[in-house]
Design a protein around this ligand. Structure first.
Ligand SMILES: Cc1cc2nc3c(=O)[nH]c(=O)nc-3n(C[C@H](O)[C@H](O)[C@H](O)COP(=O)(O)OP(=O)(O)OC[C@H]3O[C@@H](n4cnc5c(N)ncnc54)[C@H](O)[C@@H]3O)c2cc1C
Length: 413
C-alpha cells in the first residue's frame, strides 16, 4: 500500500519536502496544506517587490501546475487547527480531516504584534507574506513620512523599503546600535551611516510607547518612551516572530519556542516531523538545541525531513546557516549563530569593512561580515569542523586571514 504524507505549510521548507518526497516515493499520496492563498513564492524577494525594484512574476516560485505535474494535492486557504497524533489525523478550520501515515509541520512563524496602544491602527504594517508586501508597497508609495521599529534583519528591510521609495524615515531602536546582539556599536555604525545616506535616521534608546491616530483610526504619530514624537503616516514593525505552535496545544508533541526535533528532523512522535523556521532542532555543530531563521536552512531542513520520513536515520541535518543583506553599496553577511557565544573577536578595516566572530567553548559559532565576504568559506569550515581556535582569536580577524595561519590542530584542517 502506498504511504500517505501530509505537509502543513507551503513555504520553502514544506515545498522542498514535497519535492523530495515525490522524488523518493513515486507512488506515495502527498498533500500540502497552506493557509495562504498562493503557492510557494520567494519570501526573500518580497522586499524587492515592496521597494519597487521587482515586479510580481519573478517572486512566484511554483504555480499550481507545479503541484499537478507532480501529483501533489495542494490545499490553499486552509488553516490546520488540530492534530491528533494517536489517530494520525489533522483537522482544518472547515472541519475537513486529513489522514496521514507521516506528517510534516513546516509552519513557520507570524510577526509579533507590538503590545502598545493603537498598534492595530490603519497604516501600521508587519512584514511576512507576499500580501503584506503588496499592502506595504501600495501604502509607502503615497506616504509622506515613516517610522520603522525593530532593529534586526527584517526591520532593516522595512527601513530599506522606505529609503528606496524615497520616504523620509525614522528608525527607532531600543539600544545604541542596530542588531546589538550580533554587532558592536562600531560595526553597527557602518549600517547607521548607510541608512543616514538614504534619508533614514536611526534614533537610539527609543522605541514606541504608543501611537496616535486621526478620526479615521489612521496612524499619525509614534510617541517613544522618552515622550519624543515622530510624525508618520507609514509605520513598519518587525520585532520578531511568534512561532505557530498553537496547533500543538492538546497534543504531547514537545515544543518550546519552536518544535523540538532531533538531527533527522523528527519530533518526539515517530510519524511526525518538522522543518524550517518552526524547529528547535538538535544542532550537531553547536551540540545544543538551536533555531534558524533563514531560507537556505529551511530549504535544507525540508529536504532532510523528507528523506527521513521515507527512511528514518538516512541523512542528518548539519548546516551552517547564512543570511545576507543587499540594500547597501557594501555586502553584509551573517552566518551561524552570531548572537550566541561566551567570547567574540572583531576588527574594523575601513569605513565599510568590519568583521566579528562569536566563539563558544573555544569554537566559532557564528559571525557577521561587512564589506568583504571572502573569508566566509574559511570561517564556516572552521565552524562546521568544530575546530578549537582557543588562544588564536586575533589571528582569525587578520584582514587576509588564511587557514594556514592557525597553529596546531586547527592548522591541520
Ligand atoms: C521580508 C523577509 C525577508 C527575508 N529575507 C531573508 C534573507 O535575505 N535571507 C534569508 O536567509 N532569509 C530571509 N528571510 C527569512 C526566510 O524567508 C525564512 O527563514 C523562510 O522563508 C522560512 O521558511 P519556512 O518554510 O520555515 O516558513 P514560512 O515561509 O513561514 O512558511 C510557513 C507556512 O506555513 C503556513 N502555516 C502556518 N501555520 C499553518 C497552519 N496551521 N495551517 C496551514 N498553514 C499554516 C504559513 O502561512 C506559511 O505559508 C526573510 C523573511 C522575510 C519575511
Amino acid at each position: 500500500m502506498s504511504q500517505s504524507y501530509v505537509i502543513v505549510g507551503d513555504g520553502i521548507a514544506g515545498a522542498s519536502a514535497a519535492e523530495t518526497l515525490r522524488e523518493e516515493e513515486p507512488d506515495a499520496d502527498i498533500t500540502i496544506i497552506t493557509d495562504e492563498g498562493e503557492p510557494l513564492y520567494n519570501r526573500i524577494l518580497i522586499k524587492e517587490f515592496a521597494k519597487g525594484k521587482l515586479p510580481e512574476a519573478p517572486i512566484s516560485i511554483h504555480d499550481e501546475s507545479w503541484y499537478d505535474d507532480r501529483d501533489v494535492d495542494l490545499e490553499l486557504n486552509t488553516l490546520v487547527t488540530d492534530i491528533d497524533p494517536e489517530g494520525h489525523t489533522i483537522t482544518a478550520h472547515d472541519g475537513t480531516e486529513y489522514d496521514y501515515d507521516k506528517l510534516l509541520l513546516a509552519i513557520g512563524g507570524t510577526p509579533t504584534q507590538l503590545p502598545v496602544e493603537n498598534s492595530d491602527a490603519e497604516g501600521i504594517h508587519h512584514f511576512w507574506t507576499f500580501q503584506d508586501a503588496r499592502d506595504i508597497k501600495e501604502h509607502i508609495e503615497g506616504a509622506d513620512n515613516s517610522v520603522v521599529i525593530g532593529a534586526g534583519l527584517l526591520g532593516i528591510d522595512l527601513a530599506a523599503i522606505t529609503a528606496a521609495q524615497e520616504v523620509e524615515g525614522k528608525y527607532l531602536m531600543r539600544g545604541k546600535a542596530w542588531w546589538r546582539y550580533a554587532l558592536s556599536e562600531e560595526g553597527a555604525e557602518i549600517i547607521h551611516e548607510a541608512l543616514r545616506e538614504r534619508n533614514v535616521e536611526p534614533v537610539f534608546d527609543s522605541g514606541v510607547d504608543h501611537f496616535e491616530v486621526d478620526d479615521d483610526d489612521r496612524v499619525t504619530t509614534a510617541v517613544d518612551p522618552n515622550g519624543d514624537r515622530y510624525d508618520a503616516d507609514f509605520v513598519g514593525i518587525a520585532i520578531g516572530l511568534n512561532f505557530n505552535t498553537e496547533i500543538l496545544g492538546g497534543t504531547d508533541i514537545e515544543y518550546d519556542n519552536g518544535i523540538y526535533t532531533d538531527e533527522f528532523m523528527r519530533t518526539n512522535h515517530d510519524d511526525i516531523f518538522a522543518a524550517g523556521d518552526i524547529t528547535e532542532f538538535h544542532d550537531l555543530i553547536l551540540g545544543d538545541r538551536a533555531q534558524n531563521g533563514a531560507w537556505g536552512s529551511a530549504k535544507e531542513q525540508g529536504t532532510i525531513a523528507a528523506k527521513n520520513m521515507v527512511d528514518y536515520g538516512s541523512e542528518e541535518f548539519r548546516w551552517v546557516s547564512s543570511y545576507s543583506i543587499t540594500h547597501f553599496d557594501f555586502p553584509f553577511l551573517s552566518f551561524g549563530h552570531p548572537t550566541l557565544g561566551d567570547d567574540h573577536v572583531e576588527a574594523k578595516y575601513s569605513d565599510t569593512e568590519w568583521r566579528r566572530l562569536a566563539i563558544k567553548d573555544g569554537k566559532i559559532v557564528g559571525g557577521v561580515l561587512i564589506g568583504d565576504l571572502s573569508p566566509q568559506t574559511k570561517y564556516k569550515k572552521l565552524m562546521r569542523e568544530q575546530v578549537d581556535v582557543s588562544g588564536q582569536k586575533e589571528i582569525l580577524v587578520k584582514q587576509d586571514f588564511q587557514l594556514d595561519d592557525l597553529e596546531g590542530a586547527a592548522a591541520e584542517q
